[in-house]
Design a protein around this ligand. Structure first.
Ligand code: NZQ
Ligand code: ZN
Length: 382
């Protein structure tokens, strides 16, 4: 296992009825901007719960943050923060609202030009408005991490940044808020969480037993509980376990001290940027392709995963592991091929070229460049 420092400052407030406690989590006299998405919180009562909890605060609102939050939209909220002297941001919604809010937090106090540079040039932000979140969709892990992924419509880009300044001060996780998730969004959350685990696990063994066994447990929970949430969307215990699984999958815990491979996510982000596919839908397509392409490098871990997660041993365990994973995604209603999504080879070159331009090599061995990205996309075709 490699050396590591593990630090996570996010306070999690988990359980039924916890939104009530908001007022004790935000500093008194705060001038708050509450951010939200396209309106789901107004349909399921979360909006009212937040308004009621914060009735004694000065509360401004910014709605309309879209899935795959857009720079163009977020900059409108930045104007509000500047003009109204906002000193606390409260994200109410899924990962997109929260990621967007993280960007608003740094962009509002950015004084060195266009805050897009934080994403495109890796410029380090120096300040951020403090933020908290009420999460309504378990998937991204954004509620307990320092990352955000932002899209820019004008350039068809989707880029990530991470900085300790944007760790939420707190995240409220009330599983009841997730009862209204559609089957489509529930499946997205399961697959996104699954792939967060595998990106930190499916590499090569480094004798990190705690991280490995924890990762395998999270994968098994998703395989066992995921389908139950699709069948019984208002089963509290199922929703609660899935919510905590998603948080644990990307809060730094299982990833410390181990090699990681974010190739599936990186290629997936380009598919979203070019075609607008939901984040999780891209992962279900790309992951089998990455694993097939990298089978030799990942063989030991593929076999370990087949045995410990799927209870399968044998000479063909690596192939079987890939097959069973794809089958699991399909059982949740995912399409796992580009062609099924109406996508052909037309943009393969352009997608792969982007990694070359960014000088970005993917994979735990940094052995996936332009040529290999095209080969992987070919494997995802049909
Ligand atoms: O916009 P509203 O009306 O709120 O509806 C949303 C949206 O349409 C809806 N929704 C959310 N909670 C709901 C609900 N509908 C009914 N009941 C509820 N309780 O679900 C739709 C999707 O929401 P979104 O926030 O986009 O989904 P998710 O949480 O999956 O976030 C996806 C974004 O997160 C990024 C992705 O790239 C994508 O942009 N990621 C962020 C990461 C991070 N910060 O660490 C890591 C991930 O790998 C991922 O890249
Ligand atoms: Zn993800």
């Amino acid at each position: 296992m490699n050396n590591f420092i593990y630090h996570n400052p996010v306070k999690i407030v988990f359980g039924k009825g916890t939104i009530k406690g908001l007022s004790s989590l935000i500093p008194k006299d705060s001038n708050i901007l509450m951010t939200y998405g396209g309106g789901s919180i107004k349909k399921n009562g979360v909006y009212e719960q937040v308004k009621e909890a914060l009735k004694d605060f000065n509360l401004h609102e910014f709605g309309g943050i879209e899935p795959n939050p857009k720079y163009e939209t977020l900059m409108k909220a930045v104007d509000i923060c500047k003009n109204s002297k906002i000193d606390f941001l409260l994200s109410v919604g899924g990962g997109s609202v929260l990621d967007g809010t993280k960007f608003i937090a740094v962009a509002s106090l950015y004084e060195d030009g266009d805050p897009w540079d934080i994403l495109s040039k890796g410029v380090e932000p120096k300040n951020a408005i403090p933020l908290g979140s009420v999460l309504t969709l378990p998937a991204t892990g954004s509620e307990m991490n320092m990352f955000a992924v932002i899209s820019r419509e004008s350039t068809q880009e989707k880029l990530a940044f991470g900085h300790p300044l944007v760790y939420p001060r707190f995240s409220i996780l009330d599983p009841e808020t997730t009862f209204t998730l559609s089957e489509w969004q529930t499946a997205n959350g399961i697959v996104d969480t699954f792939v967060h685990v595998t990106e930190q696990y499916m590499t090569y063994p480094v004798n990190a037993i705690v991280q490995d066994k924890f990762a395998e447990a999270l994968l098994k929970i998703l395989i066992e509980e995921g389908p139950k949430a699709l069948k019984n969307p208002t089963d509290y215990n199922v929703r609660a376990n899935l919510m905590w699984t998603a948080t644990q999958a990307l809060n730094g815990n299982i990833g410390c001290g181990v090699p990681q491979d974010w190739a599936t996510h990186s290629i997936g982000h380009e598919l979203t940027a070019f075609y607008g596919l939901d984040h999780a839908r891209t992962l279900a397509i790309v992951l089998p392709g990455v694993w097939k392409h990298q089978k030799n490098n990942k063989e030991d871990k593929l076999k370990q995963y087949a045995k410990n997660v799927w209870n399968y041993e044998g000479d063909d365990a690596a192939d079987k592991a890939i097959e069973m994973t794809e089958e699991f995604f399909r059982s949740l209603g995912m399409k796992t091929k580009l062609k099924e999504n109406g996508i052909g080879t037309e943009k393969f070159d352009e997608i792969a070229q982007r990694f070359e331009e960014r000088n970005q090599k993917l994979g735990e061995h940094e052995n996936i460049g332009k040529k290999e990205v095209i080969e992987i996309l070919q494997l995802c075709l049909e």
